[in-house]
Ligand binder design. Sequence first.
Ligand code: PLP
Length: 389
Amino acid sequence: MRCAESIARLSKESALTVLGRAVALEAEGRSIINLGVGQPDFKTPDHIVEAAVKALRDGQHGYTPTKGILPLREAVAAHLGARFGVEADPECVLVVPGGKMTISFAVLLFGEPGAEILYPDPGFPPYRSIIDYSGAKAVPIPHREENGFAFKAEEVLARITANTRLIILNSPSNPTGGVTPRGEIEKLVEGLDAHPHVAVLSDEIYGRMCYDRAEHVSLLEFPSIRERLIYLDGWSKTYAMTGWRLGYGLWPKSLIEGAEKLAINFHSCVNTPAQFAGIAALEGPQDESERMVAAFEQRRHLVVERLNALPGITCQMPGGAFYAFPNVKSVALNDKALANSLLGEAGVALLAGSDFGAEGKGFLRISYANSEENIAEAIDRMGRFLQNY
Ligand code: PLP
């Protein structure tokens, strides 16, 4: 058999690989604390679950329109209108099985040999993987520690060429928790006036998880790029619905047909009861989601304070999401070896920064979507490991 060469260009996601290793070690009887996986440790709120159960009982068992049921797309449009004061056309909303799908579709719409796509480094690994798969050239945008893990607009603009088709942005960021300040976003949007051939994918899946004074600035706020902006959000993180596989993109009018064609060929439509759950999430009470975010905020302080007390580790206070990205450059092991040893020897699952791109080298990604008790125990274990090392 001979598989297509393009398959070899796809990479796996270390979060899922480490999860597999952690589960295998637990099955051997080892105690593992998992700070590796990027999903809320909360249950989906009951009223959302009930909406899906009701849909099933009501006989909602068939296909839906590819873009998603109209009431869900209307709920998305109303939500965006209320949040950002923008007009969103439900016809430009494409509901997809998880936010990841919007990334794949945006890249597949633009990516081909000869094209260039800019993406955050360190960044969510599927960006790079799917760009490589498409045959386009992947051009990293450094998000450095000294800039609070945000991009610098001039660095993004300097990387644009005549071949650039798409820029991928992500704030708040996975893996760093960095939040890009308004000033940089404004500068970038202004600079993009000179590059009308370039589209933007703004991954704002952690947009409702911003802490203290960190302000979430949506690219949707900027009318000058609306006609070339793909806005990505979903239910996975905000409503603790990672396993439901439900996300959406708001696409420009000129691109929605291409995106819909990809959806028709890839998945036909999203699981029907999950779509009804999505309406309940957006239109129902938000208090559980808000309580979850408040819990993350509290844990964030715990994680950062404890990490900064460890030998050889410094950690910035992240502005959003539920990740800390400590600098471990002073530890004698490199980040990959350290992450491996912490799992194998200390029973703490976390990820190496270099799994998120070259700029992530020398860092670890810690997801604090875990109980305060587990977080404290995990960092104690890290401390003991570092002391003995
Ligand atoms: N974008 C970012 C930055 C993420 O971290 C994730 C998930 O970890 C996604 C998109 C995809 O989310 P989903 O689980 O809805 O596919």
